[in-house]
Design a protein around this ligand. Sequence first.
Ligand code: PLP
Length: 387
Amino acid sequence: MKINERVDRIPLSQTLALDARAKELAATGRDIINMTAGEPDFDSPEIVRTAAKAAIDGGRIRYTPAAGRIQLRQAVADYLSRTRGVAFSADQITVCHSGKHALSGVLLSLVSDGDEVLLLLPAWVSYVEQVRFAGGDPVGVAPRPDMGPDFEALDAAVTPRTRGLMLNSPNNPSGYVYSKEELARVAEFAREHDLWILSDEIYGRLVYDGEPYQSTVQHSEDARERTVIVDGASKTYAMTGYRIGFVAGSPALTGAVARLHSQLTGSPNAVGQEAFEAALRTDASELDVMLKAFDQRRQYMLESLVELGLRTPAPQGAFYVFPEIAGHWSGGDSSAFCDALLESEGVAAVPGSAFGVEGHVRFSYATSMDKIKEGIERLGRFLNSQK
Ligand code: PLP
């Protein structure tokens, strides 16, 4: 069978491949510390679990509209109005199967063949492949050393073919959170070059330090019209397996995404929708506990990595740290570093190359403090063995 060329060009996600290798080693009896996790190691709040069970027991497990149940779309609109400080209505929301599904729906709706899309690096693994699959050319824009946006690099990257830009704050993998001023500059840049902004805000509630969370929609009416927000239940509510997310933007765009999904994937998971609605309508106390634990681990990770001598941009959000390995490793690129660390010390981490930034490695702290401490000890041993 001949596989379609566009599909054939898609590689398996590097993070999944690494995870598979870590599990393979664990199956041989090796004690593996897996620091690749992109999901909270907490259970979803009780209110979420109760709502999911009630949906099943109440028989509300049928197809819903392709854009999602109106109750959930309204709950998302209320949540956004509350957290972004800008009024949203239900017709500006399309519910999707996940954040990933929301991103692909937006890119397939906005990108035409040959369009260039600027990716503010470091950028999550799937952006490049999704832009390419939609027919566009992803153009990475290197960050400053602290992983914030480099506006000179952004200016230099724009061409007559540029149509949009993608940003992710709080950022996976660096934990960087864009300041209000930086978001204003991004918004002005987009206005000047007439670009859409795809703002991936999936870690928006996981901010530990500095200013309260901001989005480009808050900058101006113009920025609000250009911005499409993608968000979901996975990270904030520890609901990765529920597979539920959304797109928020102009009704023309959200309508296009809903039409596309009505043909490609159909209505989102009915149980996930009710569970997500419950999460959005109530501020579950479990979330505070999760946030505090992440913050403690974040501080421990940052201090420990700095003590090991690794230059580490201070993460303010999400649940990752992204230290630089340059000067500590001469065995090749970040991928070779991760292979060697896994094989020799049994610590799994993700290479910076997966996010378009070489010379760095991503460690997730969405794992227990004991495992983090053990992981840091092993990393220290590994770095010493390289001296
Ligand atoms: N965006 C970013 C930056 C992510 O890290 C992830 C998940 O790792 C997603 C989007 C998608 O999350 P989900 O598909 O679980 O909603």
